[in-house]
Design a protein around this ligand. Sequence first.
Ligand SMILES: [Zn+2]
Length: 422
Amino acid sequence: MKPLTIQAALALAAIVMSAPSFAQPALAQDPIALIHANVIDVRTGAVTRDATVTLREGRIERIAREAPPPGIRTFDLKGKYLVPGLIDAHTHLDNLRAARRALESGVTTIRSASVGSFRDVAIRELSKKGVIAGPDVVAAGIFVTTELGQDDVLADPALADALTAPDTAEKLRRIVRVNLAHGVDVIKTRGTERAGSPGTDPRQQSFTEQELRAVVEEAAKKGIPVECHAHGEEGARGAVLAGVRSIEHGTYMSDDTLRLMKERGTFLMPNYSTSIDLMQPGGDYDDPALQIRGQHMVPRRRSLIQRAHQMGIKIVTGTDTGYGPQSVTRIGQEIAAFASMGFTPLQAIQAATLTGAELLRIEKQTGAIEPGLEADLIAVDGNPLEDIIVVQDPLLVISNGRIGLNRLEFGKKTATSLSSEY
Ligand SMILES: [Zn+2]
């Protein structure tokens, strides 16, 4: 090999140094004791005061009023409150920085609502193996719709076959099959057009009940549920009748269709904070036409959530963001918003924990602070059952027993805080 010139060596060094250290070794899952914690039981609202919570091998081992086991790494919570890690059940998160932003906002589990190129499946594996400190991911793969983006069609040659299918139902079935082959956990499809694009009308139905039934049937062959974007009444009703597991958004749904959801146990994912983002400059949406649209969507979305809650429909928190650098939507806001719409603070927290876990079919793994469940917890500065706003500012985030964020000691860098850069 020829010796490198100084310039070439410097250029090579710059490349090596600027390369993000994605391939870092698996993050520590050492035993941890959280002492002097006030632990919230999200099933009942009961608080265990001054408890020691022991975490081992990524799981919650013990919650008791006792001294921590000797020789274990200890964090003194000094009376701060522990809540289960939050669930964001509607995201478009497709990169590692975004995964970190989600984690630092207190989200320890996300359900994807489709991203390009099956990136959510890859992020799921990196997080599962502890290569990144990210939330656990329930992956949706690519959007099951007839208008695929370039990022999707170029991700798998098998999609050429889907695009040339003889009719819509068959096209959708084939896209479902490609997703299933990539190991997705859920399928995302649509009953209506988008709200977040000025050129489409969210009331417009996109697929019929029969077409959506093809999607539900195809996914069910592998036991996979379907989440369905729908704003308008006809599209949402068709989706509920077709048997989807959740309606995403639901802005213009009638009481009649809500009753049908209640009967069938269909979940509602309203994404209220996103409609606020639509209405305001900046954030994920920054378009005057959408700001006008947001102004008349927000009160409808609010009414939808209140009516659905009164009917006892299961409602789950989701941000509908990709956690990009401009994103201003977080799950803590969604919880606080629910608490302003007739939910008790406990019910609002349940939407982001127990009910979210049930929607994602992971209630045996996460969603509460109980021995045997995953060590997914956040510490907040006060009792959220009395002052819900504290959930918007987590001070400690632990996902699968790995420290994702530690701000317990303000202004002091600790060995446990990870760089905000990957
Ligand atoms: Zn979405």
